[in-house]
Design a protein around this ligand. Structure first.
Ligand code: SF4
Length: 376
């Protein structure tokens, strides 16, 4: 087993599944397997940050652990609470890079949106994070630690109920970290999130969707955002590699468990993907596999060429889906005053000019009339 280590060669304990932790303790430290359960509990139930707090572990073992391993892998940086309670937490990595997690509280649940990469390489045209480009992948511990340390920071009053991988990064561009991280989050002796409450959202990396279905029982969401290749090729360049036909076929073949449905995320872009025909095509798509649709009003940001569909038009779009028996929700826009809304992660200082894809001919006039031009 190859454990992930920091630059000083210390093993990142929150980067190991319980099975891997057991193997490491037995093979590398000569401990008995029961020790893993104790340490696991300190890592994820009591969420300690130092070995000295592990009071039922012998002094000699603690000394060895201090030398060979490490508990926290990220460091709390800043916390910003928006008027509606949405809380942006930023973390510093060993590399010095800053990543973000966002707590989205609501009456029924407290969802933590976490990051899987620093920046993103996918270049979705409506996304603010895309403008950072990809700086680095997070390791398993850096992903898991966002959950542990958020829990610690938020205290007893706010119980996290749901985890979504919808922060910075394309999770399936980093599957070797993301998949084990979901297994650690769902471990019943540790963080104990139910598989229905851990959702990974992808822009549509087909081979990794298949792998995800085989290796974890966490839930899948696909950021669909268009019903034709013409539009999807433009706003989500990954569609040029895995076009809609291939993506939808993959979702038909996906190994759905009992009562499982894939969530189709659909960012509403005015005049781009919000026509009646789009709604009808979306209805047809949802008939092909177990699914539900989440309509997301677009959050405009500096330099974007897009506008959000107006609220009344989003409701009309939702009504077409609903009348055809599609399970559909409209996401509330949250946390705008702290740039903690979807697609707005990453600090403005790290931005560069968007790498614009050419818009299909029929959209060019509309883009010009929005007075922002189409870019290069
Ligand atoms: S929407 Fe997601 S996959 Fe697309 S560029 Fe943004 S972070 Fe990456």
């Amino acid at each position: 087993m190859e454990a992930q280590c920091d630059s000083e060669g210390r093993v990142l304990l929150r980067g190991l599944t319980r099975e891997q932790l057991t193997t490491w303790l037995v093979e590398e430290l000569g401990e008995k397997p029961f020790r893993a359960k104790q340490i696991w509990s300190w890592l994820y139930v009591r969420m300690v940050s130092s070995f000295d707090e592990m009071t039922d572990v012998s002094k000699a073992t603690r000394a060895l652990l201090k030398e060979r391993a490490r508990i926290d892998s990220i460091e709390a940086h800043e916390k910003h609470v928006a008027r509606d309670g949405t809380t942006k937490l930023t973390w510093r990595l060993d590399s010095g890079a800053i990543i973000e997690s966002v707590l989205i509280p609501s009456a029924k649940r407290n969802t933590l949106c976490i990051s899987s990469q620093v920046g993103c390489a996918m270049n979705c045209q409506f996304c603010y994070t895309a403008r950072m480009g990809l700086a680095q992948n997070l390791n398993v511990a850096e992903i898991v630690d966002q959950v542990v340390q958020s829990r610690r920071l938020l205290g007893e009053d706010i119980q996290l109920t749901n985890i979504v991988f919808m922060g910075m990064g394309e999770p399936f561009h980093n599957p070797n970290s993301v998949i084990p991280a979901t297994l650690i989050m769902m471990d019943r002796l540790g963080l104990d999130f139910s598989q229905r409450r851990v959702t990974v959202s992808t822009s549509g990396l087909v081979p990794e969707i298949e792998r995800f279905g085989r290796e974890t029982r966490a839930r899948l969401a696909v950021s669909l955002n268009a019903t034709t290749d013409e539009v999807r090729d433009w706003i989500m360049p990954i569609n040029r590699r895995y076009p809609l036909g291939v993506l939808l076929e993959t979702l038909e073949q996906y190994p759905y468990r009992k009562n499982e449905r894939v969530t189709l995320e659909y960012v509403m872009l005015r005049g781009v993907n919000d026509t009646r025909e789009d709604a009808r095509r979306l209805v047809s798509i949802t008939r092909r596999f177990p699914s539900k649709v989440n309509l997301i009003p677009f959050n405009p940001h500096d330099g974007t060429e897009f506008e959000s569909t107006r609220r009344a038009d989003i409701d009309r779009f939702a009504q077409i889906l609903f009348s055809q028996g599609v399970s559909v929700t409209v996401r509330q826009t949250r946390g705008d005053d702290g740039m903690a809304a979807c697609g707005q992660l990453g600090s403005p200082g790290e931005r560069r000019e968007p790498k614009r894809m050419p818009a299909p001919e029929r959209f060019r006039e509309a883009l010009a009339s929005w007075n922002v031009g189409e870019g290069s």
